[in-house]
Design a protein around this ligand. Structure first.
Ligand code: GRF
Length: 207
């Protein structure tokens, strides 16, 4: 068995995706280990989820820094301290600086509640509902300098029901997010992909 991939999970809020990553780690059949959870919000519920299972937590408030770069430098120091090799954004509501993203090229993933490139940015389930699409979903992608533009690792389709509200649709999408995000980290930890231009080729794709 390989050494588990040391990851950091960055959050800003509820942390249900963090919980899914924690649960899979505790089940012990995936090849990653959360070394530290970083939150830019003191009130994020995800902090309690991590503390409950004794995962180290750092609260780094962006408000304490003059520039995006300074904030990102503080994150970098924590990542070094915990020997992190891969970063997972799980509801982290801050844009990272170009410098940071370049330093971590193809070593940061994010999860987005739509089938990108449809409905990037905020409120994706609401955008999907207003547009009248019949299916939407979620996407795990590698973070690049743009907003939700990075190359796509995994996607899962979610149907839109005629009586859906934004909340019911968001909940249905999140259920799928909780499945594909740990799976994506597992793929990464096992190096079961190759990136060519912006196409992510999955090698021997199995869970
Ligand atoms: C998720 O829906 C994710 O797609 C988006 O932010 C939300 C975070 O939810 N990036 P949670 O904090 O993981 O519950």
């Amino acid at each position: 068995m390989n050494t588990p991939l040391p990851i950091a999970v960055l959050i800003s809020g509820n942390g249900s995706n963090l919980q899914a990553i924690i649960d899979q780690q505790l089940r012990g059949n995936l090849q990653y280990e959360i070394k530290v959870v970083i939150s830019n919000q003191q009130s994020a519920f995800g902090i309690q989820r991590a503390q409950k299972v004794n995962i180290p937590v750092r609260i780094i408030s962006h408000q304490n820094f003059e520039s995006r770069e300074d904030f990102d430098d503080a994150i970098s120091i924590t990542l070094q301290e915990y020997h992190v090799e891969f970063i997972v954004l799980a509801g982290f509501m801050r844009l990272l600086s170009q410098k940071f993203v370049r330093q971590w090229k193809h070593k940061i993933i994010n999860i987005h509640p739509s089938l990108l490139p449809a409905f990037p940015g905020l409120n994706a389930p609401e955008q999907a509902l207003k547009h009248g699409v019949k299916v939407t979903g979620c996407t795990v992608f590698f973070v690049d300098e743009g907003i939700d533009t990075g190359c796509i690792l995994l996607q899962e389709v979610v149907p839109v029901e005629s009586n859906d509200t934004v909340d019911s649709l968001r909940r249905r999408i999140q259920k799928k997010e909780h499945q594909i995000l740990p799976k994506a980290i597992h793929l990464i930890a096992n190096q079961r992909y190759v990136i060519e231009n912006r196409i992510v080729h999955l090698l021997n794709h199995q869970s």
